[in-house]
Design a binder for this molecule. Structure first.
Ligand code: NAP
Length: 365
């Protein structure tokens, strides 16, 4: 069986190629998944930018020298199974390559999820090895599947940023400044600050072309163009950096001086492989914070996340439209628009390497 996939160059993510691999016959303990569709945002580009350093390229290795796969979050259907507990037809949400199919060897199977063994990866990446059976998934709602594909990987970070800062009493800041304010991760965080009534002034910084969109969200109290950050008010502030732009961070630092209480690096939407750096900031990863909070308050932490997730899903249609694309040409077009910074922030890509609606194809078999 042939499997078409998109590969990128390991050291220059703007270079990519289509490749066709051959799926081997299923061995005992294996399942074959058809990847029906997946979300694509700048976050996936960041996986590629950090591919070497943070092991994202090691999840789905390819034999093609110098090339790697970009990871995405998607929905798949089991189309062949040698695992009794995981029957053909079952739908799975999880971390996949940009491919048509993927072979897996599940272990630790429960009614809600299973794991894929990736022994060589660091322990804090375990979250990516968990595959959710959507029949028992509190985040799954058939009304919002496409929005789920776009927002689910970002939501934990939006949620945890708010929770982390609240636990730290916002480092005594009055203002919360957020860069790349048009990104879904950033405005999800602004939404959480609003929802939880944190009583902070939320200042979104963005590029000129995205100002109108950011204002239209009505989530930020103030929206500032990147060119005007040196005019920010002298108030104790925390800076949540989603852009990963060192010059911007330095300008904020020199503008606010001791009023800048902390610089948290939560994203690198403005960075390419060659420019990468994380100077002067504390890096924020959701995974260790989730671990810490789960140990502290147990399942209550997940319950809170699910409740706020449902609120996001009920409102998100007002802010973002889904752009669907089938087949490799559509996937390449969307990927290119993201790395070139040409996609519109009110757009959420839901794509498939199949030429037609893959779930529909299965239902007609
Ligand atoms: N720490 C974590 O655990 C974690 C988790 C989730 C996401 N993140 C990170 O958060 C960042 C945003 O991800 P997202 O998926 O939310 O983004 P998104 O919704 O696709 O955001 C797009 C925005 O990012 C900026 N941008 C994107 N590509 C650009 C380019 N090539 N040149 C200049 N600006 C560009 C633009 O915003 P502006 O014009 O407003 O700058 C654009 O509107 C990513 O770096 C992602 O990895 C981190």
């Amino acid at each position: 069986m042939n499997n078409q996939e998109l590969l990128v160059s390991r050291n220059d993510i703007s270079k990519f190629e289509l490749s066709t691999s051959h799926i081997k016959p299923l061995q005992p303990g294996e399942i074959l998944l058809q990847i029906n569709k997946f979300g694509l945002t700048t976050n996936n580009v960041t996986y590629a930018v950090l591919g070497e350093e943070y092991h994202y390229f090691d999840f789905f290795p390819t034999k093609k020298k110098g090339m790697a796969k970009v990871n995405v979050w998607g929905i798949s259907t089991i189309i062949k199974s040698n695992v009794t507990e995981l029957p053909v037809g079952e739908k799975i949400f999880g971390y996949f390559p940009m491919s048509q199919y993927v072979l897996m060897k599940p272990f630790k199977i429960t009614k809600s999820f299973f794991y894929e063994k990736r022994d060589k990866l660091p322990l804090d990446m375990i979250v990516y090895n968990q595959y959710v059976r959507i029949s028992h998934d509190p985040y799954y709602d058939p009304r919002h599947v496409d929005y789920m594909l776009v927002f689910r990987p970002l939501w934990w970070t939006s949620f945890c940023l708010d929770d982390f800062l609240n636990e730290k009493r916002f480092f005594d800041a009055e203002n919360v400044i957020i860069s790349s304010a048009s990104s879904k991760t950033a405005f999800g965080f602004a939404l959480m600050l609003r929802r939880n009534n944190r009583r902070k002034k939320i200042i979104g910084i963005t590029s000129g072309k995205n100002m109108d969109f950011v204002k239209s969200l009505n989530l930020y109290h103030v929206v500032v163009n990147y060119d005007h950050v040196s005019e920010l008010e002298q108030k104790p502030s925390v800076y949540v950096d989603v852009a990963g732009d060192d010059n911007l961070g330095d300008t904020l630092q020199s503008t606010l001086g001791s009023n800048l209480k902390i610089r948290l690096l939560a994203g690198i939407s403005h960075q390419t492989t060659e420019q990468r750096s994380t100077k002067g900031s504390e890096v924020f990863f959701a995974a260790p914070w989730i671990d810490h909070r789960r140990r502290e308050i147990g399942r209550e932490f997940v319950r809170r996340n699910v409740v706020s997730w449902r609120a996001l899903m009920d409102n998100v249609h007002e802010w973002v439209d889904i752009t669907k694309g089938y087949g490799s040409k559509s996937v390449i077009k969307a990927y290119k628009s993201l790395i070139d910074g040409e996609s519109s922030p009110n757009q959420g890509f839901v794509l498939s390497m199949h030429e037609k609606d893959a779930e529909d194809m299965l239902s007609k078999l």
